[in-house]
Design a protein around this ligand. Sequence first.
Ligand code: DGJ
Length: 534
Amino acid sequence: MKIRRFALPILIFLTGIEAGVLSAQQTQPPHLEKRGAATQLIVDGKPFLMLSGELHNSSSSSLEYMKPIWPKLEALGLNTVVTPLSWELIEPKEGSFDFALVDGLIDQARAAHERIVFLWLASWKNGMSSYAPVWVKSDVARFPRVFEHGNPVEILSPLGTATEEADARAFAALMRHIKQVDGSQHTVLMMQVENEVGVLGDSRDHSPAANRAFNSAVPEQLTSYLKTHYNELYPDLRARWDAHGDKTTGTWTAVFGDDLRTDEIFMAWNYAGYIQAVAKAGKAEYDIPMYVNTWLAGDTTPPGEFPSGCPEPWVVDVWKAAGSSLDFYSPDLYATNFEEWCRRYHRAGNPLYMPETRGLEAGAANVFYALGEEAGFGFSPFAIESEASATDPLGESYHAIESVMPLLLEHQSAGNVHGFVLGSDVDFTMNGYTLHVTRDEIFGNRAASGFGMIMAIGKDEFLGVGKGFRVTFTQRPESGPKVGIAAIDEGVFKDGKWIPARRLNGDENDQGKAWRFDSRGGIKIEKISLYRFQ
Ligand code: DGJ
C-alpha cells in the first residue's frame, strides 16, 4: 500500500498515542470494571482471575515460617495468595509503624510469582477484637466495648469514634506504604477490610452509646437509600420494610419491627459506617478494590449465634447505604448448598469473589461453578498451605483453568459460558442448541461425580473443561434440523495456542451419541463441532 506523504508522521503520532494509552492502562492500579456480562478485576490493563487460597490466620506473621510455603503454593497453580496482616504487628505502639513484614511478604510473593490479597485484621476478626494492638485493647475508656447482658465484652464497639479513627489512621498508613512499594508493580491486588465482623453472643451492642442510637431515629441516609433503591433491594429486606409501612422516619423498631432481625439491621448499619470510613481513608491513599467477607448464617439462626451485622445477603443493602468505599461483599462459603449462596451474593452491583471456601475435592469442583456459571473473579480455599500437595485435586483444576483463562475471561464477558457441579442433571441453551449435561456413564459404569464448564466458541463449536460428565445436544427450535457430532478433539492450550491430541470417536463419544468427559485420568479439555441434518 502506498503511504501518502503526510500519512507516515500521522501514523507514528497515532502509534505514539496508542502506546501512551496502553501504558496508562497498564500502570493503573488494580480495579474492577464492568465488561459486558461480567465485572472483572483488571490488573496491568488486562482482566485477571484469582486462582487463590487463604493462609491459616497466623502463618504470614513470620517471614521465616512463610519461606517454604510460597513455592508449594506456586506449584499448586495459585496465582494469588490471600494473606493475613494484623494491626497489632504494624502499629505495636500508637503512631509508630513497622512495615518490614509487609515488605517481606510482598518480596516473597514476587519471588514466587504470586499476587496478594491482604486481609486487614484490625478491629475485628470472627466477631472478636483479638487482633487490635494492646494499646487499643487495654484502653476501654477511649476504645469502648460492646456490652452484652449488662457487661463489656472483648469486642470493640463499632460506635466508638476514637476506635474508628485509630483503625482508619493505621489502615491509611498501610495503604500509603503499599502504594510506595507496590504502586507500579501491583503485587497487591485487593484489600479485605476486617474479617467476619459482627456481635457474637448477643443480637446487638447494648452499651450506653448503642442504646441511645437504637432508641433514636433511623438515619435519613438509610431510609432514603431504601427508597431510591427499592426495586433492587434484597427481597427479605424489602419485605420487612414493606411489612412495617415503608416508613422513612421513626425509631429502628418502628421502621423495621420489634425483633432480633432489627437488632441485626442496626448492627449492620453501625459496622458498615465504621468500615466504610476505614476503607475510605485507605482508598484516599491508594485506591484498589476493597471488600468485606461474611460468616454465613443459617436462614433461621438467630443473630448473635452468627456475628450480628455481618453482611449477610439480607443486609448487604444496609452496608451499601452507609457508603461506597467498599466495592463488594463476599461469602465465606463452607455450606453444602454452594450454588444457592453464590446466587445470593452474585447480584447486580455485587460481583462474586470468594475469599474463603472448602478446598480439596469440593473446591476442585466448585471453582468451575463459581467462575463459569457466576462469573466469579476469584476463588480461595481456606488453610491452603495445609492442603498444598502434589495430589491436591485443586491443583489440577487450577492448572486447567489457568490454561484457558484468556478464553474464559472473554466468554464471561460475552455471557456465553456455563459451569456446573453435577448434583442433578443441568440443561442450558447456547448458540441455538440446548445442552443436556449428565454424569458420564458408559457400559454400565457411572462417574461418581462430574463437574466442568462449557464455552460457546463458535457458531457450531463448543469448548469444554472438566471431568465425569457427558453432553447431548438438541436443536433449537426443536422443529429445526437435527444435530449430529461432526468431530471431537481433546487437547491442551500452551501459551494460549490450542494443541490438539486424540480425535475422540467410538467408545469415546458413545458411537457419536454424546460429548464425553471421561472421569478417569484427570481433567480433560475438549473441543466439539456439530453439524445439522434433516
Ligand atoms: C473463618 C475465618 O474467617 C478464618 O479466619 C478462620 O478462622 C476460619 N473461619 C476457620 O475455619
